[in-house]
Every structure is written in structure tokens, then in C-alpha cells.
Design a protein around this ligand. Structure first.
Ligand code: ATP
Ligand code: MG
Length: 334
């Protein structure tokens, strides 16, 4: 694009309130500068664009263009305003660095595209229940100031028996139109797990469509996040399609401490015996530790206290461990 054309396009996008186009043209100008060897000017433009983007108010950029899906999409997608940022999730270093890498690619996606590269956008989260997979998808959306759309495949398949592939098409079309984080939660449903239906042919069709849709180019760079507890059930052909696979695991001692500490508010907690607390939380998931801590805080509030002791925490952590034992020892008919 020539300079005049660029200026005209920028003016037009500004009048139409289309910030994304406005910034994207500015990035094109930066790339052109870089190609001419004007690295300083390129960097300067890009830094200004980053700053302007960061300044756009959080609520406005999420809430205005994206309303709860209606029409054909109703019942397929559930929109959630992200409540978390990356700092709210307690994760191991490996996962944090992977997530940061994805964020970096997404933030500089135009820059990558200018150089003929595609940003990572198909991600698989693997890990035990309650380890923060859904929370991290929400944090990704929160960091990128994008809405989170949750798709429950199991519901989709049972509800739209025979037309699941067509419904999936609608979801992927939407992801190409509206940039967001699209979370396919409980993804094992397509990976072969027995679900409410035994229709193998339908599952094959769904899986094949999914594979095909995952391959399609997506100019909006929406993120497709799939989350599962059972990676072994996922089709190999499917695993290959992901740009990144992130493994979540049970919390380490440091992570147990960090999760408890982050959830103690508004209580004071002087002199906590961390060794005992960590030992009591050993077999619990991140989610169970959050709940146990929350129970201890609630009890203190009800007792009209303003601080929490080691014993308060131990009591609730043990309670959670017992609940878990009851569940695993009781046999429920399928
Ligand atoms: N890593 C974590 N750091 C902080 N809080 C966490 C973490 N993991 C889980 N939690 C807490 O537990 C809740 C449930 O976690 P989440 O839904 O993300 O688990 P999940 O891995 O998606 O589990 P599932 O496999 O059952 O879907 C979160 O809303 C949060 O309060
Ligand atoms: Mg989840």
C-alpha cells in the first residue's frame, strides 16, 4: 500500500471506530519501515500501537462487540467475560512459559504475519480435574482482552445428534468472524470416550469434521483451546493438529502454599505451619485446595474472627481429602 492509501484507510477506520483495522495498518507501516532498514521508526510505531492497545479500556473492548450468542449459535456457545489474568493462576514454570509464548505470538500476530509466519492459536490443555485448565483458558482471554466462548462437545453431540458436524461448522465460522478464545471443554467426547450415545459413525463424522476445521486458516487469529483429562483417548491425528500442547499437573509444595495464600483474604494468617498444611494438601487438586481454604475463611467469618490458624486449614483440608475417599470408594452405577 502506498502512503496515501494507508493514510486514507487509517482515516476511514478511525471514522468507523474500527480500532483493530486502524492498528493493523499502523503495523503494516511499521513493517514497511523495517523492510527499508528503518528499524528505529518501525520499533517506535510498534511500541505506540502496543501502548494504545493496552490503554483501550478492558470492559469496553470485550463487552461492546460481543453479546451472548443468539440465533443459530444459541445453545452452542456460552460466552463468559474473563475474570482472571495469568497472575491469578498458580502454574508450573513450564506451563507459564508456554502460555507467555502463546500470548507473545498473539500480541504480535500482525508482525508475525507481515513476516509470513502464523501465530500459534490451536492449543491443547491436558491435565487432571481441577488443575486450572478452564481457569487458564479464561486467563488467556483475560490477558488478550478477548471474550471466552465455551463449547461443551458432549452436550452438543447428545443434543444435536446427527447434525453435530453442521453445528461445529457454525462454531468454527463464528471463530473466523469474531476473534475470541474458543474453549472446547471436556474435549475427550470426540476422542472416543463412550458418551450418552453409542453412535460410532456419528463420532467419526464429528472427529473428521473437527480435524478439517482445525486445518482451516483463520484470519481473525481466534484461539482454539481444547481441554481434556484423558489425553490417551485422543486420536493421534488430532494431537498432531495442535500448535502447542500444555500439560497441567498436581500442585507442588510451593504451589500448594501459593494457592492457600492467595485465597486467605480477608483473613490474617500469622504463623502458619506450612509443612503441616502442605502435607495435608498432598492428594488434593488445586481446585480442592481453593475450596478448603475458602471453607476455613468462611468459618472464621462466621465466628467473627479476623485471623486463621494452621488448625483451621488442616481441618478443612482433611475434610476435602475424606470427601475424595468417599467418592472414590463408593461405586456408582453408570
Ligand atoms: N492452578 C490453579 N491456580 C489457582 N486456582 C486454581 C488452579 N486450578 C484450579 N483452581 C481453582 O479451581 C477452580 C476450578 O478449576 P478449573 O475449572 O480451571 O479446573 P480444570 O482443570 O478445568 O478441571 P476439569 O478437568 O474438571 O474441567 C478454579 O476456578 C479455581 O478457583
Ligand atoms: Mg475444566
Amino acid at each position: 500500500m502506498s502512503n496515501t492509501k494507508q493514510i486514507l484507510a487509517m482515516l476511514k477506520s478511525k471514522t468507523e471506530g474500527d480500532d483493530e483495522t486502524f492498528f493493523s495498518i499502523a503495523i503494516q507501516v511499521a513493517a514497511a519501515e523495517a523492510r527499508k532498514g528503518h528499524r528505529r521508526s518501525a520499533e517506535e510505531i510498534r511500541a505506540e500501537v502496543d501502548k494504545a492497545r493496552a490503554n483501550k479500556s478492558f470492559g469496553a473492548s470485550v463487552a461492546i462487540p460481543f453479546a451472548q450468542p443468539r440465533g443459530d449459535l444459541e445453545g452452542l456457545l456460552e460466552m463468559r467475560q474473563p475474570r482472571f489474568r495469568l497472575k491469578d493462576v498458580v502454574l508450573n514454570e513450564r506451563v507459564v512459559s508456554r502460555i507467555s509464548y502463546i500470548l507473545r505470538q498473539q500480541r504480535k500476530r500482525e508482525w508475525l504475519r507481515e513476516h509470513g509466519k502464523t501465530p500459534s492459536r490451536r492449543v491443547l490443555f491436558v491435565g487432571p480435574p481441577g488443575s486450572g485448565k478452564t481457569m487458564s483458558a479464561e486467563a488467556l482471554a483475560g490477558e488478550l482482552k478477548l471474550p471466552l466462548f465455551v463449547i461443551r462437545l458432549e452436550t452438543l453431540i447428545t443434543r444435536f445428534m446427527g447434525e453435530t458436524a453442521a453445528k461445529l461448522r457454525l462454531v468454527f465460522d463464528e471463530s473466523a468472524k469474531h476473534r475470541g478464545v474458543y474453549l472446547f471443554d471436556e474435549f475427550d467426547a470426540v476422542g472416543g470416550r463412550r458418551i450418552a450415545t453409542n453412535d460410532v459413525a456419528e463420532m467419526r463424522r464429528v472427529l473428521n469434521s473437527f480435524l478439517q476445521f482445525m486445518e482451516e486458516d483463520n484470519a481473525t487469529d481466534s484461539l482454539i483451546v481444547c481441554s481434556t483429562n484423558h489425553p490417551s483417548l485422543l486420536d493421534r491425528a488430532l494431537l498432531r493438529r495442535y500448535d502447542q500442547v500444555l500439560e497441567f499437573d498436581a500442585p507442588s509444595s510451593d504451589q500448594i502454599k501459593a494457592i492457600v495464600q492467595a485465597n486467605l483474604k480477608p483473613m490474617k494468617a500469622p504463623r502458619i505451619g506450612w509443612k503441616k498444611v502442605i502435607a495435608a494438601a498432598q492428594n488434593l487438586s488445586q481446585s480442592e485446595i481453593v475450596r478448603a481454604t475458602d471453607d476455613a475463611v468462611k468459618t472464621a467469618i462466621l465466628d467473627e474472627r479476623n485471623s486463621i490458624s494452621t488448625d483451621d486449614l488442616l481441618l478443612r483440608l482433611r475434610e476435602r481429602t475424606e470427601m475424595r475417599t468417599v467418592f472414590s470408594e463408593t461405586e456408582y452405577p453408570d
